[in-house]
Design a protein around this ligand. Structure first.
Ligand code: TRP
Ligand code: ZN
Length: 452
């Protein structure tokens, strides 16, 4: 009897366990609740894309390797429904699916065990378009006269491939992009092959270091492509012919900036570097796409320094929620000030004084840096300049040696990972050997103008 009961209980357990449950439709980000998904962790994306700039027709096959974090009956990927999914397989078996707004809901033929690796293949296509961000800027698949300017912060990745599109799920990538041979397709990482068949060419790019999906790019145009070694770094630069005459020294200009930042922040974290300079004057921003930032103009020294500093702060070490974006922008802005000081363009003191001089009544001082209030304020001055001033004030407080130890330790401890403001405060206090809660409260969390 006893024995029988135990057996029945075991059977019950098996039944309820094998039922599993659906993965969450979001990653729980307060600013972008629909971004990302729960129940699994993506490890690698293999994106085979075919694009015709003339008709804006995109066809894609996305092969996504992932691991479940729970027993999973169903899971979501993020993809806009202007792109139509033709088929989905999971581990080679046809899966059922539906598209609901920006969610692609996949039901595998059988539930997936907890902790199991699985491979999803999504075939899809359509005419991609950009999205409008809460602040009114364009993001995603932004068409140009000869191709696409592809910048995906904070939500553009879902406009061109299915994925777990929240910054906390990093993965490696391979892009195989087929375009008319009159065009060039540029992505992150290393160019590993280029094959022409008929009038079409396939470019294969391998991004071997983990990357958040908002940092991916596949940009297409009539680029002039150069692939050179600048100092220690493979430097791949793509420039729109309209901008070529101002970009002749661009590849070379990367060397001194990367050397300087390596001396301050620790080794450059990626296998290659470079730039995509696309003639798209209406975009209005540059983006620190991993290994290869994208610019709508030939970058000035300060813009180049800003985007390259992001490779350490933003790309290798990534925040865990959008409201913590000062960990990207404050750091990149401070690095920009350091570089301008280094080359004699403007002293660090002048940059800091200029930012600090704003009147206390200004929105600048009334907005908390570490939570600027919502997704429309992600890229505003309280995040950039007040974030940079926070670091400048921290340096004054703890001294140069402790300050640069903090920055280097931050870059080392969280390499290829995610980290939040609480972790930065904890690290600063540990290195400085003192309580800094009052200091960070005033600079990061409260409205008002702190004393310098
Ligand atoms: N992160 C970019 C930078 O500072 C800026 C950026 C990305 C941006 N997306 C944006 C600015 C949308 C305004 C609007 O390098
Ligand atoms: Zn930035």
């Amino acid at each position: 009897m006893k024995r029988l009961l135990a057996l029945a209980a075991a059977a019950l357990l098996t039944v309820s366990a094998s039922a599993g449950s659906p993965g969450d439709p979001g990653a729980g980000d307060p600013y972008f609740p629909g971004q990302g998904n729960g129940g699994y962790d993506a490890g690698h994306y293999d994106l085979a894309l075919d694009y015709n700039p003339g008709s804006n027709a995109l066809n894609g096959v996305a092969t996504i390797s992932a691991r479940t974090t729970q027993e999973l009956t169903r899971f979501n990927l993020d993809l806009v429904d202007t792109l139509k999914v033709r088929s989905v397989t999971v581990d080679g078996a046809a899966a059922s699916f539906s598209q609901q707004g920006t969610e692609l809901v996949v039901t595998p033929a059988a539930a997936l065990a907890a902790g199991a690796g699985f491979t999803t293949v999504v075939s899809y296509g359509g005419r991609p378009t950009h999205v409008l961000d809460p602040d009114g800027s364009r993001d995603g698949w932004i068409r140009t006269s000869d191709g696409v300017f592809n910048a995906n912060e904070p939500q553009g990745a879902m406009t061109w491939y299915p994925g777990n599109h929240h910054m906390t799920d990093k993965a490696t990538y391979r892009f195989a992009v087929t375009v008319p041979s009159t065009r060039v397709a540029v992505a992150n990482g290393d160019l590993t092959s280029r094959n022409t068949g008929g009038d079409r060419t396939t470019y294969v790019w391998d991004a071997r270091e983990p990357m958040a999906s908002y940092l991916t790019t596949v940009s297409i145009g009539k680029f002039i492509l150069t692939d050179t070694k600048v100092g220690n770094f493979r430097t791949i630069v793509a420039v729109d012919p309209k901008l070529a005459k101002d970009a002749t020294t661009l590849a070379q200009r990367h060397g001194p900036v990367l050397d300087y930042f390596s001396s301050l922040f620790g080794p450059y974290p990626f296998s290659s570097t470079g730039a995509i300079v696309d003639h798209e004057p209406n975009v209005g921003y540059a983006l620190e796409t991993q290994t290869r930032p994208i610019y709508p103009v030939v970058p000035s020294e300060s813009l180049l320094a800003h985007e390259l500093a992001h490779q350490w702060f933003g790309d290798s070490v990534t925040p865990s929620r959008w409201q913590e974006i000062w960990l990207n922008e404050g750091f990149a802005t401070y690095a920009e000030w350091l570089w301008q000081d280094k080359i004699g363009q403007r002293t660090l003191q002048a940059s800091a004084d200029g930012a600090y001089a704003r009147p206390e009544t200004d929105e600048f001082w009334q907005t908390p840096t570490a939570d600027p209030g919502g997704p429309a304020a992600l890229f505003h001055d309280p995040v950039y300049d007040r974030g940079a001033l926070t670091l400048h004030a921290l340096r004054g407080m703890v001294g140069d040696t402790a300050f640069f130890t903090i920055l280097r330790t931050w870059a080392t401890d969280h390499k290829y990972g995610n980290a939040d403001t609480a972790a930065f405060i904890e690290l600063s206090e540990r290195v400085a050997g003192r309580d800094l809660s009052g200091f960070f409260d005033a600079w990061l969390f409260k409205p008002g103008k702190p004393a310098l």
